[in-house]
Design a protein around this ligand. Structure first.
Ligand SMILES: [Cu+2]
Length: 321
């Protein structure tokens, strides 16, 4: 039987490994459901990296297995192995290949970041810029405050939407250990993020105490919320549903419980939610027909009785302690 040349075996192995890697790279189910316009861009990049990783794994582990068998010690062979000092051609090859891969991934990732809006944060006008006095940070913040535009950090409008105002702006504040959502246009406050599907949404992020990170895995978006430095996230949700919001920056003892949800509504559902909440939150306590005392703080509960009982507001504050 004629011997098959090594180059042919190598070619065949290369083809099989490429086919397996590309198939796994496209057909794995490691990532959650895509629910934003940015998600397919991020996943495309992830899948390329995953394909390369699988190919490298198969090449390295496969070579180890083949060599284990082919170059095993035969019975009665007590000679030393061949002394090999180096191989310039091989070294150039295994330096060049990773260099090309890393540079190509670098260029691709910059392109993805640009298409996501990473280079176009609008630099939203921020009400009083927080000053961290007595630190080096104060100097840089003071320099910035000469203009009303805050530093631009985060994901902004995609090249298509850049320069246009977002359809919906929500102020998001991270505190130990919760996310607070304020809708400046409607005056609504909420503990979850409600948005309409298909709307161009801009989140203005801030933090009340330490660094938090606003992460929506289904949107493939993550942005730090920093004390004193505004950041933003701009995106379009593409599928109605309820998705988790996770704090992705270790922020203290209960960091693990700093979770909430983003609810992507159909436009009609969203409008209903806005109407319902504007009514509920506008209502003053004395206009309410029925009040559940369990929902009131001590001072709210006692407020109507303070006058009759002859105690002052100051006493009341003391009572709460
Ligand atoms: Cu946090």
């Amino acid at each position: 039987m004629q011997k098959v040349p090594v180059s042919l075996w190598t070619l065949l192995a290369g083809l099989v490994i490429s086919a397996i890697s590309i198939w796994i790279g496209q057909n794995h189910s490691l990532l959650p459901l895509q629910a934003s316009q940015q998600a397919p861009l991020v996943d495309g990049f992830f899948n390329i990296m995953f394909t390369i990783a699988i190919a490298l794994f198969l090449v390295v582990e496969g070579t180890i297995l083949i060599f284990l068998v082919k170059f095993r010690r035969r019975k009665g062979d007590d000679t030393d192995g061949v002394a090999i000092e180096g191989n310039t051609a091989l070294e150039i090859f295994w330096t060049a290949v990773p260099t090309v891969i890393v540079v190509a991934l670098g260029i691709y990732s910059v392109d993805v970041y640009n298409r996501m809006g990473g280079f176009e944060p609008a630099g939203h006008v921020h009400s009083p810029v927080a000053h961290v006095s007595g630190s080096a940070m104060a100097a840089t913040l003071n320099d910035e405050s000469s203009s009303t535009t805050a530093p631009t950090i985060g994901i902004g409008g995609t090249p298509k939407s850049h320069g246009k105002p977002a359809d919906l702006v929500v102020d998001v504040k991270g505190i130990q250990y919760a996310w607070l959502f304020n809708y400046p246009e409607t005056g609504i406050s909420a503990g979850e993020l409600h948005i309409p599907v298909g709307a161009d949404v801009q989140l203005n992020l801030s933090a009340g105490d330490v660094i938090h990170s606003f992460w929506v895995p289904n949107f493939r978006l993550k942005q730090d919320a920093l004390p004193g430095i505004p950041t933003e996230l701009r995106f379009v949700a593409t599928k109605p549903g309820t998705y988790p919001v996770v704090c992705a920056e270790l922020c203290g003892g209960y960091h693990g419980s700093m979770r909430t949800e983003v609810i992507v509504h159909t436009p009609e559902d969203y409008q209903a939610w806005v109407t319902e909440n504007q009514l509920a939150q506008k209502q003053d306590l004395h206009e309410a027909v029925a009040v559940n005392p369990a929902n009131l703080s001590t001072s709210e509960f006692l407020a109507p009785h303070v006058h009759e009982m002859g105690i002052t507001a100051a006493t009341l504050v003391q009572l709460q302690k």
